[in-house]
Design a protein around this ligand. Sequence first.
Ligand code: GDP
Length: 139
Amino acid sequence: MAIERTLSIIKPDATENNNVGGILQLIEKSGLRIVAMRRMHLTKAQAGGFYEVHKERPFFGELVDFMTRSPVVVSVLEGEDAVAKYREVMGATDPKKAADGTIRKLFAKDIGENSVHGSDSLENAKREIAFFFAEADLL
Ligand code: GDP
């Protein structure tokens, strides 16, 4: 296994409900290291650009509205097999299908307001990290 980096976003439902600390605790408990972190309020252009791959999906407008509703916390996580490991810590997209102990099982409301984003491949992780952070921000 290789040391990888992945992008995490703690989404508006989680910042609204004061779940940031609980989510970061699960991330650190999994062994992943937070090497950069920023709280920010995404613009529609930023949210639309980030989720560009989903722009033809029926829920795209709803997703952009949701992601811009309140601040988010974006971070870069580093560790062995970080992309797959964080997907495991997050749980399934739909919290009803998420395994016990996962972030989405513990905190998410539904398939749209599901508390966290995590890159789904190493290639996407590189693009998503560069979307928010400069190499010099990763410490
Ligand atoms: P992820 O990689 O597990 O986040 O899932 P996807 O890449 O399939 O979807 C990206 C994000 O779009 C999800 O995390 C949800 O926030 C949102 N999303 C996915 N499916 C739906 C849906 O059916 N309805 C709504 N409103 N949002 C959705």
